[in-house]
Ligand binder design. Structure first.
Ligand code: IMP
Ligand code: MG
Length: 180
């Protein structure tokens, strides 16, 4: 699917590929060499990033998913995080990477990170493709970030607006006028 004309391209598919490969390289350098890792993708938005990122790592990967809700159908966070689908892999004594497409208020990831640490993981690091740093409601810092984005609403490459536009190939800014 092609993006509507009034959406502004923020990252092309090529830009995204460079970011994903760069992130995988950084992570590979940081974690002990050859050590297997459990990559927990945060559904649904991270599903495409997770698939690309996991395959770019040069180490054995176990794949799992978690689903939490902090957004409803709209564009702002409700402040309450609920687990809608929990992990299935036993993460005890394993290195875990939480793979998320965008950090906004920080609520979802601080909740998920804490939960995985409590589950007994040897380490929990967060890899975020995008980071809306200015929008934090709780203190939270991802360990690896692809790019910072301003206070825009973005779609594509897994990111949705009311469940639409996830399959757009790049990442696009939805103009503020269109959101209201
Ligand atoms: P947080 O708990 O507020 O950090 O929520 C982060 C989640 O909100 C992300 O994983 C996305 O699912 C969603 N989100 C935040 N900003 C955007 C955006 O600009 N476009 C689409 N989804 C977003
Ligand atoms: Mg998400």
């Amino acid at each position: 699917m092609k993006a509507p004309d009034h959406f502004k391209t923020l990252f092309s598919p090529q830009d995204i590929q460079v970011m994903v490969e760069g992130l995988a390289e950084q992570v590979d350098k940081t974690l002990p060499a050859e050590e297997p890792v459990v990559c927990v993708g945060v559904l649904k938005g991270a599903w495409i990033f997770h698939a690309d990122f996991c395959r770019a790592l040069k180490r054995p990967v176990t794949v799992d998913f978690i689903r939490a809700s902090s957004y409803g159908a709209g564009t702002s966070s409700s402040g309450v995080v609920r687990i809608l689908k929990d992990i299935e892999v036993d993460v005890r004594n394993k290195h875990v990477l939480v793979v998320e497409e965008i950090v906004d208020s920080g609520r979802t990831l601080s909740f998920i990170k804490q939960r995985l640490e409590q589950a007994g993981a040897a380490s929990v690091k967060v890899v975020a493709l995008l980071d809306k740093k200015q929008r934090r409601a709780v203190p939270f810092q991802a360990d690896f970030v692809g790019a910072e984005v301003g206070n825009h609403f973005v779609v594509g490459y897994g990111l949705d607006w009311g469940e639409n536009y996830r399959t757009l190939p790049g990442i696009y800014i939805v103009p503020g006028e269109a959101l209201h």
